[in-house]
Design a protein around this ligand. Structure first.
Ligand code: TTP
Ligand code: CA
Length: 366
């Protein structure tokens, strides 16, 4: 079956996270910066929102220069908080991992995914799936992203680049050549300024021109490996597969509650399917766990968690269910706000083989 591969990229990630946390920033130029601390303004811009980009502000620009460009436009300068972005990134990747066949995160705000099996190789279904991924990211984190879908990683990545911000580009296999041909070769993944000028010297400007170049000419100029890659990229025939991220150190499920609530019973009821599915994952992967965590995302989008760790690894469904319920009782007493979303995580995974099930463990010794 021909492959269907996607690439997802969160829009102006750090700056968008800041906008979500502080809606009064919407519509104003925002830049997230790393301060080096030498003088008040020494450091560089990590990323900027689109309002700031309109004034020419971009990643890597010195803060002082960026401030000058935004003078008189009411800019907001924010210190980068990597940990905050990482927590959000992890939650998104985890949710994505449950929606696609294989997820390969390639950065804090981007990932490749393979949906060949779940779509049966059908681009219409892949489009629907991409749309539901986009809505899921909005629903859970209030963030927009851009997605590209195509028959290879290079094609998918081009699609997400073109869709920025907030869009979706689906490039069905049969229109791939036509889609690629007019693009500048410099847009291909892995083609930087040096390669671009080398290609120009050979009279190659577009992807279409590159695709028609003889393999031996490219290999002579760029070597076997990179020459071969360039040709494959230009024809959308790059074969690199999507490789799952590291083996999970945990399983989790997060749901959006039917309504905001402070009632722990209501929360655990709506999580019962999630608990069952985690138990299913444990069983199918032959794992048991030591720690259960209840995750509550409150109405102001802050996250509160509470965990319990067992001395011996366990895998029973009832243990997860009972523990989650007890943890949410505690969380609801201290949260101070209602829950908007709720989740369960089991971690401290161990192989099940030489481990006693809790029911066995608790069985009275005669
Ligand atoms: P990118 O995906 O390159 O950029 P972006 O998400 O800000 O914008 P776009 O809408 O065009 O995708 O990078 C992801 C994050 O990585 C970005 O939000 C901040 C960080 N970053 C830096 O800290 N320094 C940099 O030079 C770049 C390019 C990114
Ligand atoms: Ca991005």
């Amino acid at each position: 079956m021909p492959r269907i591969i996607g690439h997802i990229d969160l829009d102006y990630f750090y700056a968008q996270v800041e906008e979500v946390r502080n809606p009064s920033l919407k519509g104003r130029p925002v830049m997230v910066c790393v301060f080096s601390g030498r003088t008040e303004d020494s450091g560089v811009v990590s990323t900027a929102n689109y309002e700031a980009r309109e004034f020419g502000v971009h990643s890597g620009m010195p803060i002082a220069q960026a401030k000058k460009r935004l003078e008189g436009h009411d800019p907001e300068v924010i210190r980068m908080d990597h940990e905050k972005y990482e927590v959000i990134s992890n939650r998104i990747m985890e949710e994505l991992g449950q929606m696609v066949d294989i997820l390969e995160p390639t950065g804090i705000d981007e990932a490749f995914f393979d949906v060949t099996n779940s779509t049966g190789g059908d681009y219409g279904r892949a489009r629907k799936l991409a749309e539901s991924i986009k809505s899921a990211v909005v629903r859970s984190e209030n963030l927009t992203c851009s997605i590209g879908i195509g028959r290879s990683k290079v094609v998918a990545k081009l699609g997400s680049d073109m869709a920025k911000p907030g869009g979706l580009t689906v490039i069905p296999s049969e229109t791939t050549e036509a889609f690629l041909a007019p693009l500048d070769a410099s847009r291909l993944y892995g083609v930087g300024p040096k390669t671009t000028s080398a290609l120009e010297e050979m009279g190659i400007r577009t992807v279409g021109e590159l695709a028609k170049t003889s393999p031996s000419d490219l290999e002579r100029r760029f070597g076997m490996k990179f020459g071969g890659y360039l040709l494959a990229a230009a024809t959308g025939t790059d074969t690199d597969s999507v490789v799952a991220g590291l083996e999970p150190a945990q399983f989790s499920r997060i749901v959006t509650l039917k309504r905001d609530t402070g009632d722990p019973k209501e929360v655990t009821e709506q999580l019962s399917e999630g608990v069952q599915s985690i138990h299913g994952k444990l069983t199918s992967s032959g794992k048991s766990f030591k720690t259960v965590t209840a995750i509550g995302i409150l109405t102001d989008l802050t996250t509160k968690t509470k965990s319990k760790t067992f001395e011996t690894a366990v895998s029973d469904l009832t243990v997860i269910g009972d523990t989650v319920s007890a943890l949410f009782d505690e969380l609801s007493r201290t949260a101070g706000k209602e829950f908007r979303r709720a989740g369960v995580r089991v971690s401290g995974l161990e192989d099940v083989e030489d481990q006693t099930s809790l029911s066995e463990f608790l069985r009275p010794v005669r």
